[in-house]
Design a protein around this ligand. Structure first.
Ligand code: ADP
Ligand code: MG
Length: 570
């Protein structure tokens, strides 16, 4: 037997990284802006703890295009690197300076600094779009600046440079096939997509801002203008703040910021905020839902430390909640791994059940807090709730408290309320509660009317998935049956007398009693009037059984079971 270390030949690995590291070439900008952000956040942390004795100031990250030189520049005012650090962090592929930093400063809560980097591969994504990459960097330490240059082969040059201001400039010599990345519009698009909520201000060009006119300006004078930095991002998006800091307007303006093309207000939001056993923040919005569950264009977005990762949240957010909008931000989701791994990951499963529970709690508190408002929104949210009840067992249990069953008359009941209300009035001969429902008030109009005339309550259940839910409710509640209002089940219903209410007053009842006793021959019929005084408000006229049979026999021509002669005289 022999043991040894596998040898990695960099010449072979390098082209693989270039080609296959990320399926999407555009990701390089996200990675480089993330590194610039990390460098700035590291400096912030070191100045906070007194290890860097420099002015932190108001650092920003700048992106510049030089069309003539065909270069793209990413410039930061962060921690910078010495020559030795370039050698350590850049020349060693898959050595993460970000991880090293978090580990080194864990005593001063370095893990809370919001550092993004992880695998020590991000920087090399630059070679997906560039023939040559240069780094010019000056550490915050009192040491010479460094200039590193590499043309995509594993050979690099590293020398001293003359840069005097602190920070790093990355220069990408964009390759011919990728020259899209020299277009302003393309870079703007990428910055907005990936960096819109990153924590350090990102400048891309300038814009003209109109100033108020001075007091003494003449009518025809144009308003003065000035050139200001064009800042791409909002460094403190709503989800990074405490819920107590935010008002309703803040939530709706953040919604608008995320979905500029959505003109309808969301129905309500859910602020997620947990730091144990995993870290997760976010805001979910319930939009107005369309009946046909059409696929949404605006989806939940997943962030890691304010960097956009994906809007494919499959496996992280339970399926029924993928109909919502908003953001989820977690440094604990393993982002660069495959989806099948994600689905099996324990942390991800916990996140999914946490989100489900939060949504359930929120719905419950909305229902308890303002039932009227909840009922008004029911039509827009029912699909999500019904779908959740069908697919998530825990949600099914919780939703019993706020799942509503509307009637054709616009009343809303919970299942428990329906059971209580209809327990004695709407049962079949086996004692099962029968919940009559219609799915279309127009088509089933006459059936609904006749059921209502009999005093029954008719539900209006019209979601596309309601049939499955009724089945589930029946299988968990043995004493309940759902029945279509136009089906034959209605004939099996036992109508309880208590339902009928007399329209007569006491005097009229007495008149009726006298009339009945006087006109109905007591030798042929039995009249019972006692019930008229009870709550039942009814009287009965019955024909004795033998009389009825006699009549039948006479009509059928005599004979039969009884000889006529043997019967009492009629
Ligand atoms: P990661 O970010 O996962 O650590 P990268 O490959 O993206 O890995 O970067 C490697 C390392 O290079 C970083 O951890 C950091 O130490 C260093 N680095 C990259 N860009 C910069 C920068 N703009 N300023 C300072 N250091 C940087
Ligand atoms: Mg990185």
């Amino acid at each position: 037997m022999s043991t040894g270390t596998i040898n990695v030949a960099v010449e072979n690995i390098f082209p693989l990284i270039k080609k296959f590291l990320y399926s999407d070439h555009e990701i390089f900008l996200r990675e480089l802006v993330s590194n610039a952000t990390d460098a700035t956040l590291k400096l912030k942390h070191l100045t906070n703890i007194g290890e860097a004795k420099v002015e932190y100031g108001n650092p920003k990250i700048e992106i510049k295009i030089d069309k003539e030189a065909k270069t793209l520049h990413i410039i930061d005012q962060g921690i910078g690197m010495t020559l030795e650090e370039v050698d350590k962090y850049i020349n060693q592929i898959a050595f993460s300076g970000a991880e090293e930093f978090i580990e080194k400063y864990k005593d001063t809560k370095g893990e809370d600094a919001g550092i993004i980097g992880h695998f020590g591969l991000g920087f090399y994504s630059a070679f997906m779009v560039a023939d040559k990459v240069e780094i010019i960097t000056k550490s915050f330490k009192d040491e010479p600046a460094a200039h590193w240059s590499c043309d995509g082969s594993p050979n690099y040059t590293l020398e001293e440079a003359s840069k005097t201001e602190r920070g790093t400039e990355i220069i990408l010599h964009i390759s011919e096939d990728e020259k899209d990345f020299l277009e302003d519009s393309k870079i703007t698009e990428l910055l907005v997509k990936y960096n819109k909520f990153m924590p350090i201000p990102i400048k891309f060009g300038t814009k003209t801002e109109t100033l108020p006119k001075p007091e003494d300006a003449k009518e025809e004078d144009p308003a003065p203008t000035q050139e200001v930095d064009n800042i791409i991002n909002n460094p403190t998006p709503a989800w990074t703040k405490a819920p107590t800091e935010l008002k309703d307007e803040d939530y709706s303006s953040f919604y608008r910021e995320m979905y500029p093309m959505q003109f309808e207000e969301p129905l309500f939001n859910i602020h997620l905020n947990v730091d144990y056993p995993f870290n997760l923040t976010g805001i979910l919005y319930f939009p107005k839902m369309s009946q046909d569950m059409q696929i949404q264009k605006d989806k939940i977005q997943l962030y890691q430390n304010q960097v956009f990762v994906t809007d494919n949240v499959e496996g992280i957010v339970p399926e029924f909640l993928q109909m919502l909008r908003g953001v989820i931000d977690s440094p604990d989701i393993p982002l660069n791994v495959s989806r099948s791994y994600l689905q099996a990951d324990g942390a991800v499963k916990k996140i999914s059940s946490y989100i489900t529970r939060k949504v359930g709690d929120k719905l419950k508190s909305l229902f308890n807090g303002n039932r009227e408002d909840f009922e008004a929104k029911w039509n827009d949210i029912k699909i999500v709730i019904e779908y959740g009840m069908l697919t998530e067992e825990k949600f099914f249990d919780k939703a019993q408290d706020f799942m509503l069953y509307p009637t054709v008359d616009g009343k809303y009941y919970t299942f428990a309320e329906l059971k209580e209300k209809l327990a004695t009035t709407q049962t079949d001969k086996d004692g099962k509660l029968v919940l009559l429902y219609a799915s279309n008030t127009e088509d089933q109009h006459s059936y609904i009317q006749s059921a209502k005339d009999k005093g029954y309550e008719v539900l209006l259940l019209d979601s596309p998935i309601i049939a499955h839910l009724m089945q589930k409710m029946e299988s968990t509640n043995n004493d309940v049956n759902f029945a279509r209002v136009d089906g034959d089940h209605i004939d099996n219903l036992i109508k309880k007398d208590e339902e009928a209410i007399s329209k007569l007053n006491d005097e009229e009842k007495e008149t009726l009693k006298t009339f009945l006793t006087e006109t109905i021959p007591s030798d042929k019929f039995t009249v019972q009037l006692e019930a008229m005084d009870s709550s039942a408000n009814a009287f009965t006229i019955t024909e004795p059984e033998f009389m009825r049979r006699m009549k039948e026999m006479q009509q059928s021509g005599g004979g039969g079971m009884f000889g006529l002669g043997g019967m009492p005289d009629m």
